[in-house]
Ligand binder design. Structure first.
Ligand code: GLY
Length: 579
């Protein structure tokens, strides 16, 4: 550890976090940072010899580490973390949503688990359009019609059945029962996020919920979730049936049916997570393994890396206008392809092989002009009022098995619907479908037929859980939340490590930029770039806008000596653990 900040008071924590944020933004010389305070203990970066976990909440990271120390593998830890985040990080952690997992065994075998939500049987293409075929604002985002069929519990059961080493389901669920029953201290960030949604929570839910208390939330308040504890008890006793059948299924269906939602008992019973072939590609001799459709993440990441591989980024200079211009032009082309060609490949013929070809991506970049920005069509930009939530965790266990898992209920606190009697929040993932061709969704992403709503179909995602290997060994485990910015944040983190030789912490904390074809703007984190770089990009013809933080990347990097570097993004309460 080069620098160690230990802050023991609440005010000290806030001041230090702000200081750290400003340092990272301005100096670009991030070093290992540990932030410790009461009543919670956040560790941003550490090196370990045997195993490491990085997640959005320190309690979840600690639980994952404990499971590995008790003899579990990375999959066991992932299951315990997924459930722990549903309690301690309800803005995105969930059992009412879905996600994707990339797994690499110590022997180098890969697997990809799709536990993405799917559309209910009563869903249809025009369900969010009025009589004039215009999109009705908000209904795919807020309230009971916004929810896809949750996949997280079935996903965790399938992961357990195929890969658990511990073979003790109860040991993986019990920590979440304890957390929900006994409570945990909310962080300053969580208090703020909950207070911001107080009004909308009260509008959407007519019964008392754990996320709204009489007064406003304050840092250190204890959040108790007794109904959620009972739900976890049923999941612990009955596995999949404890969620998709019986009391919990009744609670879900009652909650939705009595408020205009359409998920039925049959929808729940029929839901099934799917093992898929991961997307595998090569970048400068590194094996890049990521998620296939219904996520766009793996294909888009392959395309982005393929588009820039012919250039010497290091010689061009880290964060130089030349590098940013090149990466942005690659992003523009890849997101244009995403909008037209990507959707759930079980329902739409996604041209995966073509999009993955080196020649195709080189050809796409053949009109790249280092002296001039290209043009994207003009469309109305989305109105970003919510936060780009979702959450990611990265794990490597003491045998060398690795998990990269991204999970979500879509925007912050999803649909805001808390299932009465069961105590968890349902997703608003239906907004990730294209409600109408060409009309941007919440993230400003436009879609087409490939991502139109159909019963049973999974909505297109940007989640990009990724594992990078070199010489038959895991090198990087990485992923992030951030809606449409997920793909470009993972892209930049990998480039930071492979092209610019950064350590895990610098690669993670480094500021970020993003372009997604439409709207035709480079989004740059506030204070990220010097004025001169922005002016250079503007001279090339780019519109550059500043914005708040992009992503919360969780990185594990195994360096050449075998030491494990774990880095949690300073943009959230994210925290590492390990041994
Ligand atoms: N809900 C964001 C995503 O899946 O991309």
């Amino acid at each position: 550890m080069k620098n160690v900040f230990r802050i023991f008071s609440v005010i000290g924590f806030v001041v230090a976090s702000t200081f750290f944020f400003v340092m990272c933004k301005t100096s670009g010389k991030e070093s290992d940072i540990k932030i410790s305070n009461k009543p919670y203990n956040i560790i941003k970066s550490e090196t370990y010899n045997s195993a490491a976990v990085v997640s959005a909440h320190y309690l979840a990271s600690t639980i994952g580490k404990d499971i590995i120390q008790k003899g579990g593998n990375a999959i066991d830890a992932a299951i315990a973390i997924q459930f722990a985040l549903a309690v301690t990080y309800p803005i995105a952690g969930n059992i009412g949503g879905g996600g994707f997992m990339i797994y690499r065994s110590k022997d180098g075998l890969y697997d990809a688990l799709d536990f993405r939500e799917s559309a209910p049987a009563l869903a249809h293409k025009d369900m969010y359009l009025d009589a004039e075929k215009n999109v009705i604002p908000q209904i795919s985002l807020l309230g009971h019609l916004a929810c896809g069929i949750p996949g997280s519990v079935d996903g965790m059961v399938k992961a357990f059945d195929k890969y658990s080493k511990l073979k003790d389901w109860k040991a993986l669920v019990q920590p979440s029962i304890d957390l929900a029953e006994n409570g945990f201290n909310v962080t300053a960030g969580q208090a703020k996020a909950l207070n911001k949604r107080r009004k909308v929570f009260l509008e959407v839910n007519d019964k008392p919920i754990a996320f709204v208390k009489e007064d406003l939330w304050k840092e250190g308040d204890i959040m108790l979730q007794p109904e959620l504890a009972k739900t976890f008890q049923l999941i612990m006793e009955k596995g999949r049936a404890g969620f998709y059948e019986g009391d919990v299924a009744d609670y879900i269906v009652n909650e939705l049916k009595s408020n205009g939602g359409i998920i039925s008992h049959d929808d729940l019973k029929n839901y099934s997570a799917i093992w898929r072939e991961p997307i595998v590609s090569d970048y400068r001799g590194y094996e890049i393994v990521s998620m296939p459709p219904p996520s766009s993440g793996g294909i888009a990441l392959t395309q982005l890396l393929g588009s820039i591989e012919g250039y010497d980024l290091k010689a061009m200079g880290f964060r130089s206008p030349e590098v940013i211009h090149l990466m942005v032009e690659a992003e523009r082309r890849v997101y244009a392809d995403r909008s037209k060609h990507l959707g759930d490949s079980d329902f739409y013929n996604v041209p995966i092989d073509v999009l993955m070809q080196d020649e195709y991506n080189k050809e796409r970049m053949s009109d790249f002009n280092p002296m001039k920005a290209s043009n994207s069509e003009d469309v109305q930009a989305s109105n970003l009022q919510e936060s780009e939530e979702t959450t990611h965790f990265s794990i490597i266990d003491d045998e060398g098995n690795a998990v990269s898992l991204t999970t979500t209920i879509n925007t912050g606190y999803g649909s805001k619907v808390v299932v009465d009697g069961a105590g968890f929040i349902l997703n608003n993932e239906m907004d990730d479908f294209s409600s109408k061709p060409g009309v941007p969704n919440y993230f400003g992403l436009v879609g087409n037929e490939a991502n139109a709503i159909e019963p049973g179909k999974r909505m297109l995602s940007s989640m990009t859980p990724t594992i990078v290997a070199k010489d038959d060994k895991v090198k990087i485990v990485v992923g992030t939340p951030g809606g449409s910015t997920i793909i470009t944040s993972v892209f930049q983190t990998i480039v930071n490590i492979i092209d610019f030789g950064m350590n895990a912490n610098d690669a993670t904390q480094s500021c970020r930029f993003h372009h997604q074809w439409l709207p035709d703007k480079i989004q740059i984190e506030n204070d990220c770039l010097p004025k001169s770089t922005i002016v250079s990009l503007q001279k090339l013809g780019h519109e550059v806008i500043s914005r708040g933080s992009i992503g919360k990347v969780e990185t594990i990097l195994i360096n050449d000596t075998g030491t494990i570097e774990a880095a949690a993004d300073f943009r959230g309460d994210d925290s590492v653990s390990g041994f």
